[in-house]
Write a protein that binds this ligand. Sequence first.
Ligand SMILES: Nc1nc2c(ncn2[C@@H]2O[C@H](COP(=O)(O)OP(=O)(O)OP(=O)(O)O)[C@@H](O)[C@H]2O)c(=O)[nH]1
Length: 344
Amino acid sequence: MSPHPRPPGDEDDDDRPPPGVPASAVATGAGLGLPRVPEGYRSGFACFVGRPNAGKSTLTNALVGQKVAITSSRPQTTRHTVRGILHRPSAQLVLVDTPGLHRPRTLLGQRLNDLVLATLAEVDVVGFCLPADQAVGPGDRWIAEQLLPLAQGRRGTPLVAVVTKTDLVPRDRLAKHLVEVADLGPWADVVPVSATAGQQVDVVEDVLLGHLPEGPPMYPDGELTDEPEAVMVAELVREAALEGVRDELPHSLAVVVEEMGPRPAADGGERADGMLDVHVQLFVERDSQKGIVIGKGGSRLREVGTHARAGIEALLGVPVFLDLRVKVAKDWQRDPRKLARLGF
Ligand SMILES: Nc1nc2c(ncn2[C@@H]2O[C@H](COP(=O)(O)OP(=O)(O)OP(=O)(O)O)[C@@H](O)[C@H]2O)c(=O)[nH]1
């Protein structure tokens, strides 16, 4: 299927947006006030997959040029499908950032995999990220197997192997690694890149754009992501709360923005500085984890708040009053009702 909008009167009915993309954003290019589309303009969706920590979010940010996806030194911090949008004179690429595909062990794991696979079936090109500083392992082979049907299917989705973090290895090791990666699957291209050193990011961009179908842009120029602000705010709090804590916590922490709105002035009118009140709930699975998040006398939670507030203010451009509450929702990862309430 093609996710491209079509002009009114075009009878092809197969133009539903991919999962998570609002119909309003793709319904009519004309309604978005878009300029005339140059001849040969390409547009479409790309998705990065790979083991946790493979560098997908960092590469997304490097391509889009602004922090839109959330990175952290802990694996599996990306829960939501965060999009970055690349605008070029001749093309537009919508990047869908997903959690890492991994063998599911819990209901949450299964749901995350389902989400990733459903997204992959809809995009125009898939980038498989493999970190250069780690040997190709069973985890990578498993992901390659999951991807194979996409390339062999009716759409014949091009699969691009992206060897990330090339700054971490010497050239000879990189060369061997590239050969190993090339043998792993039916890649349309194999591209080495270092997102942090800014090496070859433009090549990744060219390769991805080259695989997009011709079609008009789907988003107005200048838009970087259509992720609802509340989801990005929740991700910023989650990132701050995960910094420097025990390994098991990433899977056990869910963050929900309960309320977000302008703080009224003393006279009930609008404040000149546009300050926002943001109320956020952090859910953990056990009392012991609540202790970790809050810290001695609340010290850690205060740090998390300060850190997250700075990020939210940078994102929204207004001062923010941030209220964080920590709650225990026992075994939320295994309980379908609790999962649904937390938005999974
Ligand atoms: N040296 C180096 N480090 C990198 C590079 N790209 C990413 N990293 C680091 O690798 C770690 C993981 O990067 P992420 O971008 O969060 O990885 P991810 O694949 O999105 O991770 P998940 O969200 O867990 O799936 C972070 O500490 C990054 O700073 C790179 O090109 N070079």
